[in-house]
Design a protein around this ligand. Sequence first.
Ligand SMILES: Nc1ncnc2c1ncn2[C@@H]1O[C@H](COP(=O)(O)OP(=O)(O)O)[C@@H](O)[C@H]1O
Ligand SMILES: CC(=O)OP(=O)(O)O
Ligand SMILES: [Mg+2]
Length: 404
Amino acid sequence: MTASRVLVLNSGSSSVKYQLLDMADRSRLAMGLVERIGEETSRLVHEPLAGPGAEAGRRERLGPIADHEAALKAVAAELAADGTGLDSPELAAVGHRVVHGGTRFTQPTVIDDEVLAEIRSLIPLAPLHNPANVTGIEVARSLRADLPQVAVFDTAFHSTMPEHVARYAIDAATADKYAIRRYGFHGTSHAYVSRATAALLGKPVEDVNVIVLHLGNGASASAVRGGVCVETSMGLTPLEGLVMGTRSGDLDPAVVFHLARVGGLSVDEIDSLLNKKSGLLGLCGDNDMREVQRRADGGDPAARLALAAYVHRLKKYIGAYTAVLGRVDAVVFTAGVGENAAAVREAAVAGLEELGLALDLEANAVRSGEPRLVSPEYARVAVAVVPTDEELEIATQAYALVTQ
Ligand SMILES: Nc1ncnc2c1ncn2[C@@H]1O[C@H](COP(=O)(O)OP(=O)(O)O)[C@@H](O)[C@H]1O
Ligand SMILES: CC(=O)OP(=O)(O)O
Ligand SMILES: [Mg+2]
């Protein structure tokens, strides 16, 4: 029996998403989620999709899960209960989403002690994400030491950005000393979605220029020319760019000085303010787009303002990346908001006819889990909705590395 399964762990700041895939036919054997880690109301949802566990169906467990270590052990126990635990001989690798890879990691990488140490050293550049990724690697290794663990980096796809795009216009020696440059994130999603969009258009990826809008809790835009990333909205950390659920995105850096000097806030307090209490949450008190939309539809002024700010920033990036690419074949929406919020797509594209964009309102309103065009045939620039699948992409890259 050849081992063809890959377990993918996608650890976020307060959640763990996971999938068990069989790469022989790219099928999903199980998937699940642990959310609200560290709170009293943690929730684990485990869904076996094939094999002996599938009969019993979806399982849900409520109750406190203290930290990522406990969460990952609970996930391992659920998989073991289905007979698909980490001890399974069919497992070929564990693929880990690692958010920050710095300048060194631009390819999927088998994790040894030295690689793990390097990932740990990047924690200051992704304090909300890399610690959880490190814990995921440690727990998986402790459960199955002989299994290859592969890191797939959010930053990797963006490493092709030209130097003049990646550089901030600050003192060069200081930038080099502290590794300050634009790295970009959600790269696994931008890579997968840009390729899937070329397939949807029926063209080779080399011939297609796309603007990808990944709108989840974190949100980022990218400009992809012929399959190669040339620009993205996140920077040194996942704070720059679009308005997000709890992150401000772009602002004048002097806001930080002002809050410190005049407001008396500490650096940690400002960090927390901009990363965790800003964005939609800061503007209207809710970070879930569904709730913001519900309130805005009811006429709530703060929710309307938050939504307008979110959409305005999207428009600015669509315009900017149109200029960067010169010719755009498609603007693509993905992730939780991009795939589901038809009204956000409609508002973001409205008024951009001069750029060649148009929306088919009927097609845009259809709910579907499939990649689809939502623009009329005459539109010079297609508008598409393409569901992202970071887990499948991570599994594909990890499996290719361990079987090459
Ligand atoms: N039907 C929907 N309408 C609008 N927004 C939605 C809908 N479903 C999910 N979302 C939004 O998607 C976000 C989560 O997106 P997701 O891609 O899962 O994020 P992440 O991977 O960063 O956790 C939620 O915060 C929510 O605002
Ligand atoms: C990098 C990043 O912002 O990730 P997420 O959207 O999962 O928070
Ligand atoms: Mg995500």
